[in-house]
Design a protein around this ligand. Sequence first.
Ligand code: AMP
Length: 213
Amino acid sequence: MKLILLGAPGAGKGTQAEAISRQLGIPAISTGNIIREALQSGSPLGLAAKAYLESGALVPDEVVIGIVEERVAQPDCARGFILDGFPRTIAQAEALEQMGLDADLVLSLELEDGIIEERLSGRRICQSCGASYHIQYNPSSKGDACNLCDGPLISRQDDQPETIRQRLAVFHKQTEPLKEYYRERGRLRCVDSQERVEDTTALVLSALKEAAI
Ligand code: AMP
């Protein structure tokens, strides 16, 4: 199954992608995580992406499309994958189609901007594996360490109030039109992001079931 998770930053895409990945046994691919890892390792990709990431802008389409093309060619994607944070522009969606990798289903996680701002300020990610937590709604049982790999949990640099507002503006302008794009193609399902992670996961899984995928 090829699944796309759409939604504003902070709507819960990363957390749900991880949950569905465990449930279905297919990899979750987060372009944001790949870019952050590149930044941490100081690779040419990371250096090229640094300014975009830190200002809350999108990394240029051709760079991100290249990242995805390379990642989905890996053997673990043979049975399908979940894309978290890609596509984010119409050009990226068209590139995915041209790769012959049309999604079976596009799930849009819906959440109001005001709640998103609150959520992102409490978000923590694992510096080692990129797993996502929230200090109130989805805390790690190990405190400041990751449940999965014991790595340190940190606040993302782009989760600062000013950058959050910029990222939301970018989402509404460049990414939200994708909902119409996929609705026209009959692939879109919308799910309201809930306060409790497991409640959202239940809605997401039932949307998958309804779509008979
Ligand atoms: P995320 O972790 O998905 O919120 O992504 C963090 C940042 O990585 C974004 O604010 C962008 O700068 C960059 N990024 C991630 N995915 C994409 C994409 N599909 N297109 C362009 N930039 C992206």
